[in-house]
Design a binder for this molecule. Structure first.
Ligand code: ZN
Length: 386
């Protein structure tokens, strides 16, 4: 019971920021003395800081409880096709000492990328709060990842097949808990916990870039499927007469709305920078060449709305810029989706810019702390002392 209450309380603070003891009492329904005992336990473990408020007004103001940024942190990595973004993510969600490192753009050697992760880890650890507990490493990867052991089964845009990323990192960096997951799954969790889909229990998150990834949250939980491979919406076939996909099939959704399709529609050549081409399209009124891409975007979203009945579909990555330009085509295609789920869904742009995968990777590691705050800290401190 105590563990459950500590878990609830730290989750409120980590995701919501500072709260007064009085508000915690109201939010949790626990009595004042229980809340006081719980916050004292969390403060002793270094996870929260309690301060007398500098308030004016009538009556005795309630003590403010703040997640302790200097108490615990995660090393988060967003591995992309051409570079890695890394950061220290502090308890409470603050991002500190952000770094980027580029790697070979085409089929980077896994060992070279792992070496880069090892170097970034050393740099981040040197920057991290000195006495804080390091909870572990979280990695978002653009590929199909086995949930049980972090084996990357297939990352087509990196040319990786069956790369045991979590196991090899554990060899290089012993003593760190390591979570590896699909980037769109991580992005979906970040938007659900902290972003534009906060408060929504049923979310479809789309991350379009070279490929199109999907992360799906149902009833507040990430849908992983039997092995962790669920949500590969980019490989749902929408146009069987379309072009060949990296997965081997023809007319997958990502061949119609991914980077290459957008570059082609705008008259670019393969490899041209899609962001620069999109930036040259000033408004939806001048987005005529993108009409077909917009139609396919709407067709796919309509399918997802029919299957999952989400409250919100978040269009991330490349789709963030694309959606406003082709909103009319998307709306027209959505109008032929089933009426009941269509009435409930809203389309949204991400709340956390391009950091969704990075933040989601961090949250996947924070979960162990939020589940059992004191037990997790004790375990890590004991391991560090051994
Ligand atoms: Zn495919």
């Amino acid at each position: 019971m105590r563990r459950h209450n500590l878990s609830r309380l730290l989750r409120i603070l980590h995701l919501g920021g500072p709260v007064s003891r009085a508000d915690i009492t109201r939010l949790t329904g626990l009595n004042r003395s229980t809340v006081g005992a719980l916050t004292t336990d969390l403060a002793r473990a270094g996870l929260v800081v309690e301060r007398d408020p500098v308030g004016r007004g009538v009556g005795r103001p309630s003590i403010m409880v703040t997640p302790n940024e200097a108490g615990a942190f995660v090393l988060a990595f967003d591995l992309r096709v051409e570079r890695t973004i890394a950061a220290v993510v502090l308890l409470g969600g603050g991002v500190a000492s952000r770094r980027e490192a580029r790697h070979a753009e085409h089929d980077p050697d896994p060992d070279a990328v792992l070496g880069q992760l090892e170097r970034l880890t050393a740099e981040l650890l040197a920057d991290a709060p000195p006495d804080a507990v390091c909870l572990g490493m979280g990695l978002a990867i653009p590929g199909v990842v086995r949930h049980s052991d972090g084996l990357v089964r297939f990352a087509p845009n990196m040319g990786w097949v069956d790369v045991p990323v979590a196991a090899r990192l554990a060899d290089r960096l012993p003593g760190h808990a390591i979570t590896v997951g699909n980037d769109a799954d991580m992005g979906a969790m970040a938007e659900h916990l902290r972003g534009v889909a906060r408060g929504s229990q049923n979310v479809v998150f789309l991350a379009g870039q070279v490929g199109v990834g999907g992360g799906i949250i149902l009833g507040g939980r990430l849908m992983v499927g039997a092995g962790g491979y669920g949500g590969e919406v980019g490989h749902m076939v929408v146009n069987p007469r379309g072009s060949r996909c990296r997965c081997g099939r023809r007319g997958c959704w990502e061949t119609e709305i991914g980077e290459e399709a957008v570059v082609r529609a705008l008259g670019g050549r393969p490899g041209d920078p899609v962001d620069a081409l999109l930036a040259e399209v000033p408004s939806a009124a001048e987005a005529g060449p993108l009409a077909e891409v917009g139609r396919w975007l709407g067709v796919g979203i309509g399918n997802l709305v029919n299957v999952f009945n989400p409250d919100v579909v978040v269009c991330g990555g490349l789709l963030r810029k694309l959606l406003p330009l082709v909103a009319d085509q998307v709306r027209r295609e959505l109008e032929v989706a089933l009426q009941a789920p269509r009435e409930q869904v809203r389309l949204a742009l991400p709340g956390m810019d391009r950091d969704a995968a990075l933040i989601g990777a961090a949250e996947s590691v924070f979960e162990a702390l939020l589940d059992d705050p004191l037990g997790c800290v004790e375990r890590i401190r004991a391991e560090a002392a051994a």
